[in-house]
Design a protein around this ligand. Sequence first.
Ligand SMILES: Cc1ncc(CO)c(N)n1
Length: 220
Amino acid sequence: MGFAEELKNQSAGDWDAAVNHPFVDQLLDGSLPDEQLRHYLVQDYQFCDAFTALLGQAVASAPSLPSRLVFAGVLGAFASDENTYFQDCFEELNVPEADRTAPTLGTATRDFDALMRDALASRSYPEVLAVLLVAEWLYGEWAARAGDPTQWPAEPKHAEWIRLHNNPEYNAWVTWLRDEFDAVEPSLPQERQRVAAVFAEAVRLERVFFDAALIPAAVS
Ligand SMILES: Cc1ncc(CO)c(N)n1
């Protein structure tokens, strides 16, 4: 078993709770209320800020040009496709400018932001990869639950969020991330433990990020 799979198994409780979260259930069947999608997307746009910065650190920390180019390609897609999705949803859901650029952050958003910025500041390739891998792998798993596009919800604001995490290029990126992470498994126990802790915390935060999306905005 590879390092990635070993760490995923150690976080199976939080992992499965996130992948099978009621928020995801409602997104997949198209019943998610706009109010909750809106809250989630406002918080997730802030997640995306730190995530984009972390991808930039991955470009810098990667050991070789082929790896840097993979991250650079994903950064480009993130800056176009993914950002367009947020802008379109913000228009449709009438999100005011202040909530797009500087919303009040929920606890889960703040904690995730701190985890990403710590990994970024460490400049450690395995730590950076641990956060990227959890975020992308876990999102690929919930989106895979949607099945093929004929089974997706009708509304673009739901279907497009699925499509961004359920397509052949996305799946190839997740597989690549997993192989890349396995290849840099630390041999020193202390470093291995640090990377494992980052991975576990990222999985826990994915779960609470979905929890927060189902709590009324005022108390999250
Ligand atoms: C919280 C969260 N985790 C993962 C992703 C996918 O990168 C996302 N957009 N938001």
